[in-house]
Design a protein around this ligand. Structure first.
Ligand code: FAQ
Length: 313
């Protein structure tokens, strides 16, 4: 088949909702865009372990500690599925890690905010995992087969994360005045950065047009953000907390909540490396990666020994 015929066949498959698999022909731009998005998604999961990981030794009970340990470990696992998914497109894990550590690749802006109190652990589960699920449910229908399948598995685990976060918030809101105030403060600090997780407005989104055409993305940044805004209003009411957005109003005609404007200067500051914890997050990743070098060396020495034994036999 000629290049033109291969391209036409690719678009027919996209049109027919068929999944594209690793060995199938695909346009180079499609491959590169997937590598960009999936590797950044993987980095987000791994860097996302840091804010909550900070609370494992300070969880207030054995039950809460066990839940938090399991959750943080799940996020590491999600990172590993996603790195493997990106590797099917012809990039190595080492190249992706290098791009992260040299700040060429991004990760979700939200993880550059600190988890300052125990209530932040609840707000992260409820709002950050909640926003991640809204996005990832949509990505279950993405056109690249391995990415779509990893999203199905990840969403199942994320919904447990979201529920444990909301349950933690509910416990605080039904506790003492101080505990409820701590929950309100965590909501106030995490609400706006959670909305930023969906990316810039559609009109400002560099990759959306191509990603929608290729069905890598199935819903736009603003549509997904609106879904999250709508679902969060009754959850805030049920907790008995005040909504951080003073402009939030139900719009009967649109069938959605109208809302206040996000501070986009803050968003661009954070994604360009100048958020509250950007340097700390990357430095921590580099340090731990270097400390783990002996594990990688031991694994490759073991593989080599196995290969040599197999050859000798
Ligand atoms: N933060 O043209 P667009 C989680 C960048 S998982 C940082 O709209 P696109 C689980 C964007 O990369 C959370 N950068 O881009 C968990 C691009 O930069 P580039 C992660 C952002 O790709 C919970 C530029 O701005 N989820 O939380 C952000 O079409 C708790 C232009 O933007 C995913 O990654 C941002 N918020 O749409 C873990 C989902 N927004 O690459 C631990 C998969 C935009 O040109 C604890 N990704 N940028 O240098 C996606 O769905 C998309 O990539 C979007 C952005 C929607 C994030």
């Amino acid at each position: 088949m000629t290049e033109d015929e291969l391209e036409q066949a690719f678009y027919r498959r996209i049109e027919n909702e068929e999944k594209i698999e690793p060995k199938d022909w695909m346009p180079e731009g499609y491959r590169q865009n997937l590598i960009r998005q999936i590797s950044q998604h993987a980095h987000s999961e791994v860097i996302g372990m840091q804010p909550e990981g900070n609370w494992i030794t300070r969880a207030p009970s054995l039950r809460r500690k066990a839940i938090l340990l399991a959750k943080v470990q799940d996020e590491g696992g999600h990172g590993l599925y996603l790195y493997s998914t990106a590797e099917t497109l012809g990039i190595s894990r080492a190249e992706m890690i290098e791009a992260l550590q040299s700040c060429k690749a991004k990760y979700a802006s939200i993880f550059n905010y600190p988890a300052q109190t125990w209530a932040d652990v609840g707000a992260i589960g409820w709002l950050v995992d909640g926003a991640a699920i809204v996005n990832q449910v949509s990505l279950q229908r993405t056109s690249y087969g391995p990415y779509s399948r990893s999203m199905i598995r990840i969403c199942k685990e994320e919904s447990f994360h979201q529920r444990q976060g909301y349950e933690l918030m509910l416990t605080l809101c039904r506790g003492t005045e101080e505990q409820k105030a701590m929950a309100q403060d965590a909501l106030n600090r995490f609400y706006w950065p959670a909305l930023m997780m969906f990316g810039p407005h559609d009109s400002e989104s560099a990759h959306s047009a191509k990603s929608m055409q290729w069905k890598i993305k199935r819903e736009s940044n603003d549509d997904l953000r609106q879904k999250f805004i709508d679902q969060t209003v009754p959850q805030i009411e049920f907790l008995g907390l005040e909504h951080p957005d003073k402009d939030i109003r139900w719009n009967e005609e649109r069938g959605h909540y109208d809302h206040g404007e996000i501070d986009w200067d803050e968003f661009y500051r954070v994604i360009s490396g100048n958020g509250p914890c950007n340097r700390q997050r990357i430095q921590h990743h580099i340090r731990v990666h270097e400390e783990g070098a002996w594990v990688r060396d031991a694994m490759s020495a073991y593989q080599q020994k196995k290969r040599q034994r197999a050859q000798a036999a």
